[in-house]
Design a protein around this ligand. Sequence first.
Ligand SMILES: [Zn+2]
Length: 223
Amino acid sequence: MGILTAVWHHAIEILLPSRCVGCGTGGTYLCDGCIGRAPRAAAVGLDAAGDALDAVTAPLAFEGTARTAVHRLKYSGLRAIAPAMARPMAEALSSAITSADVVVPVPLHASRERQRGFNQALALARPVAEAVVLPVRDDLLRRLVAGTPQVDARSADERRENVAGAFGLAPGAGVAGLRIILVDDVLTTGSTLAAAASALKRGGARSVHALAFARGQLSQDVD
Ligand SMILES: [Zn+2]
């Protein structure tokens, strides 16, 4: 999505009354009822992700309303849905972790961000951080390689290769000793989050806890 399209979508968001993407209820883009009824993600096993991640939290399964919400956020540019999506993320995080220092969104490559008009992980990270009263730091990590979209990678191995070395620290980024909450919209094999976590750990981060809105299956298109 180009900048003009993004501006146009933003104008539509402001002009039209909000409706739940799941049930059509007015006054919100994702209602508490739909969040409550959404299938929960299975416990996350990170066999493919390596050991850079200390823990992983993803409250919802990537299906039904949760999937619709992700698609509206990423592909329709409905940024206004992000705070509602962040609510179950912050709740799940609060019961999974007692303390952390910063919230870091998984960065998009600059070319992808220009195309989409915004980074959906940052859109989610902001309200999550507000809810758990931590600062957002989107200046620490860089996505160095545009790479093949994960949606085109067929296997867990391909996904891991696809993102290996894709992330690095920003010049001068001090992450030593930090306990980091690393945010993305959807987790599949965890290879993207693990690659980002590796860069943070190489910089001396004390721990990296991954947090996604939903967990998908490898066969699903989630990139
Ligand atoms: Zn609803």
